[in-house]
Design a protein around this ligand. Sequence first.
Ligand SMILES: [Zn+2]
Length: 285
Amino acid sequence: MAGRKSRKKAEPKKYMPATDKVILLLVAHADDTEFLAGGTVAKFAGEGWEIFEVIATDNQRGSFDLPAKQLIKDSEAEALAAGKILGKKDVIFLRYPDGMLRDYRLNHLREKFIKLIRTYKPRIVFTFDPWAPFEPHPDHQMVAQAAVEAIGFSQNPKFYPEHFKKGLKPHLVAEVYYFAKANVHADTIIDISNFIDQKIEALCAHDSQMKLTIDEMKLALQANKVAPKTTASLDRNNYRGVIDLMVKMYCGEIGKKAGYQFAEAFRYELAGGEIVKAIKDMGLE
Ligand SMILES: [Zn+2]
């Protein structure tokens, strides 16, 4: 995974999964997975799942100081490094302009996602929850809506039959884990106590994004006139301690709800919903 040579172009041609333990992460930005599901991804990777991440944008606006070209290059290298730490098998970069996904039609992105689902054949997809409230980022909103529709239609051969000429087949995603900043509909808490250090390590691999996180936190503290001395001492080049503290606070709060030290929360969906759950519970052969 490391290095430029192994980077994938926008549309991988063929992928044959070794097992059905395949996960596809559909996200907008280089660090989305690490922030929202890093511990869970590390946990699944440890259980032998093959994990692929699709990053829809090129991250060119994720910094106050770096030029766009530099940022595109750096953020991809950072995403690959973070992927390695969490045990992802590969990262696919779609490279749409950061912050501008809305300039593209929803159906355009949906078709890309359906093609990727049919290519990687995931049992599980992780993505943004389109029905979680208070999501201000348009790229997150676009990915969420395109992803939920792609998950809904990828098994239907009437959608984009041109895919089948290239050897792809319809594919049903069996399980979905939705994440969100304000995950008020979360119904599934995953214990990541043993993976919190891996999550923090992977987040800190996103050097450009962690510097931005400190820059934005500083602005917010200044705007609210909170803790001026502490704010002045925040150093964007030395973010490790702050990120460690933030992540442990955030994941600690989620963990409390289920009696875990650290956790991540998701809204979980099973294909077939309540009927499948009921039949599963009946224990039928
Ligand atoms: Zn994002």
